[in-house]
Write a protein that binds this ligand. Structure first.
Ligand SMILES: C[S@@+](CC[C@H](N)C(=O)[O-])C[C@H]1O[C@@H](n2cnc3c(N)ncnc32)[C@H](O)[C@@H]1O
Length: 261
């Protein structure tokens, strides 16, 4: 495919440190509460789409689910793979290097998660419809699709055209990441220009890596229409893991939908 995704190379080694505050346990609790509320039986096999370094995949695997993790970045999956071996899990975890707009599985799954604004990485017209159609295709009848997005409020007021610096606080490593945002409200596209300085082991030297990532802002209407067009029934649009209804000033929305079949 011409616009194949793989631009997570530079950030992969510092990704988990930057996102250390994301509470995947609370997120997995939310996922399991949705299973209790909306599924007749606890699912056995789940897909974590755009699984990255496997934080949600492995959190759910630890809870006893057989897992498939799909991601388009070789570097992110490599880290996920190593983390899986460190955990010595008894159940199955399969990681697949695939694009979420054209992935293939061997069969259906009971639920699909897609976490931490991965859906916003679908930037071309028609991308979210392609992805949602495949998710629908690989879900069991009435299976759940749980994903989140960065909100229009976040793109306009938090990302905007601001710059951010991340400096690792734990002494010794001193990794440093700086990113500058360029948001175009007409196209809804936000470019993140990232530079990572990573200290080379046992030396005072830093390796510099640069990359540009792009996210697209999706409003609520666009997401609801794409879900409807691809065979989903919307269950909820939430602000948090407590099922608070989504609001205009939220930075992240958590969306739950059911595959109608
Ligand atoms: C912000 S990270 C989230 C990773 C993971 N879900 C988490 O919670 O940490 C976004 C992920 O989406 C993946 N990604 C972006 N576009 C993709 C695509 N078209 N196909 C597959 N993976 C994609 C990236 O490689 C990256 O791992």
């Amino acid at each position: 495919m011409s616009n194949k995704f793989d631009n997570y190379g530079a950030i992969s080694t510092v990704y988990d440190k930057i996102n250390a505050k994301v509470d995947y346990r609370a997120w997995a609790d939310f996922v399991e509460k949705c299973f209790e509320k909306h599924l007749h039986e606890k699912p056995e096999l789940l897909l974590d789409l755009a699984c990255g370094t496997g934080s949600m995949t492995l959190e759910l695997a630890k809870r006893g689910y057989d897992m498939i993790g799909v991601d388009g970045s070789y570097d992110m999956l490599n880290i996920a793979y190593d983390r899986k071996f460190d955990l010595e899990l008894k159940n199955d975890v399969l990681f697949l290097l695939q694009d979420m707009r054209e992935f293939e599985l061997y069969g259906t799954v009971g639920a699909v998660t897609c976490c931490l604004d991965s859906i916003n990485y679908l930037t071309e017209d028609g991308d979210i419809e392609k992805c949602f159609s495949l998710v629908h295709n690989y879900l069991d009848p009435d299976g759940l699709f749980l994903f989140d997005v960065n909100t229009p409020h976040k793109f306009e007021h938090i990302y905007g055209n601001n710059s951010y610096v991340y400096e690792e606080e734990d002494c010794g490593t001193g990794n440093f990441c700086v990113w500058q945002n360029f948001y175009d409200s007409d196209s809804g596209l936000c470019d993140f220009s990232l530079t990572v300085f990573e200290r080379e082991e046992g030396s005072e030297l830093y390796a510099r890596r640069d990359e540009v990532q792009t996210e697209r802002c999706y409003n609520r209407e666009k997401i609801e229409k794409a879900l409807e067009d691809t065979g989903f029934e919307l269950i909820g649009f939430y602000s948090d893991f407590e099922f608070t209804p989504a609001g205009d000033t939220d930075e992240r929305w958590y969306i739950v939908a059911r595959a109608k079949k």
